[in-house]
Design a protein around this ligand. Structure first.
Ligand code: HBI
Length: 360
């Protein structure tokens, strides 16, 4: 058991914790705080005001939220808004740094990477998405050159989108398995989870549902209304049922009774938390062999990896679902994606960074 570490997390500047605006990385921060606290460490979090988190020291930082980077282009400049919460978070971190053994950055933004050289206390950078812009590619490259070993990511597929030759710590992800109940008596329905937005490829799942005459439940934030409209017009007879955006409790109650989860990403998902949410309920996953899901699904054992953007291959995967052992899916979630496993992976990474940091 490692000694108790005093850690400062600086959360994503795109939204308060608990708002859902931070997407996958918000879930990572919340789960990681729980896992590390469980292991006896002390974690404080500097996050945009109106944040909420259970049982942890929260420092509410005022200021303007950062525009999201996931719609950025290769040449998008680094953005600094007036009275940026991002800048205010790092002003606070610089003032308070000597109270902590390590600072952990969760922002996918240029500023914290640039400021690292001006801090005495080491900074671990957890990168929450694949490569999006030249500015961030250069930022992570410079951290690799000056502070090797301090870059963390979810998966190898995510890392492969960045410039080659950098050193990354692969941390994967996790969920609180106690919130997901195993079910081995599913109905006939399939389910699709995610933001309704073009990079998620929902139209392919709808096409597959129509082709196989299998009812498809759809859950998630309706982020792009035009895109959703087009799907409905293209597949007027598809057996689909949109159930809106629900919380984890309601989500798992719906997912656990389904025959399988479909994942049809057009982009490289850095991880794909919805895949482990399904496995935790015993629900196998049919996913395009692309990004994080391709590293999560054990082909033929916890689901089926289809040829990317190939609906025929997706349909073939759906037809394999009844051969998958649902209990094995739950077991794999417990082995690889539990909070204790996440806490151990991050604790090992943090200990290594602290040991390698120049003392003083
Ligand atoms: N955009 N600028 C910016 N900064 C972030 O930290 C950020 C983002 N967009 C999305 C995001 N983080 C997270 O939702 C990712 O985990 C997807």
């Amino acid at each position: 058991m490692a000694r108790c570490l005093k850690l400062l997390f600086v959360s994503t500047p795109v939204g308060p914790l608990g708002s859902g605006l931070g997407g996958g990385v918000e879930l990572t921060v919340v789960n990681l705080v729980a896992a590390l606290t469980q292991r006896g460490h002390q974690v404080a979090i500097a996050a945009p005001e109106s944040s909420h988190i259970e049982a942890a020291q929260l420092i509410q930082i005022p200021g303007t939220l950062q525009p999201t980077a996931h719609t950025q282009w290769r040449d998008t400049p680094a953005i600094m808004v007036d009275n940026a919460v991002l800048a205010n978070q790092w002003t606070y971190a610089h003032q308070i740094q000597h109270s902590y053994a390590l600072i952990v950055n969760f922002a996918y933004d240029w500023l914290p990477f640039y400021l690292t050289s001006f801090f005495d206390v080491p900074i671990a950078h957890f990168v929450s998405m694949g490569s999006l812009s030249r500015v961030m590619d250069r930022a992570v490259t410079q951290i690799h050159e000056k502070f090797p070993g301090t870059l963390g990511a979810y998966t190898q597929a995510q890392v492969d989108t960045f410039p080659k030759g950098l050193t990354w710590q692969l941390l994967s992800s996790a969920i609180d398995l106690s919130q997901y109940a195993y079910c081995d008596t599913p109905g006939p329905d399939l389910v699709w989870l995610g933001r309704i937005s073009p990079e998620k490829g929902l139209e392919d799942a709808v096409a597959a549902a129509q082709y196989t005459h299998t009812p498809l439940k759809i859950l998630g934030k309706l982020e792009n209304a035009d895109y959703w409209q087009t799907i409905q017009q293209s597949y007027p007879n598809a057996p689909i049922d949109y159930l809106g955006f629900v919380n984890t409790k309601e989500l798992q109650a719906i997912v656990r009774g389904c025959r399988g989860l479909l994942m049809t990403p057009r982009w490289v998902e850095a991880f794909g938390n919805v895949a482990i949410e399904a496995l935790a309920c015993g629900v196998p996953v049919v996913a395009y062999r692309r990004g994080g899901p391709a590293e999560i699904i054990d082909h033929g054992k916890t689901g089926w990896l289809a040829e990317p953007d190939n609906i025929e291959s997706l349909v073939n995967g759906i037809q394999q679902l009844d051969h998958i052992d649902r209990h094995y899916c739950r077991q794999q979630a417990e082995t690889n994606y539990s909070l204790p496993a996440l806490g151990e992976r991050f604790e090992n990474w943090f200990e290594t960074i602290i040991e390698q940091a120049p003392q003083g």
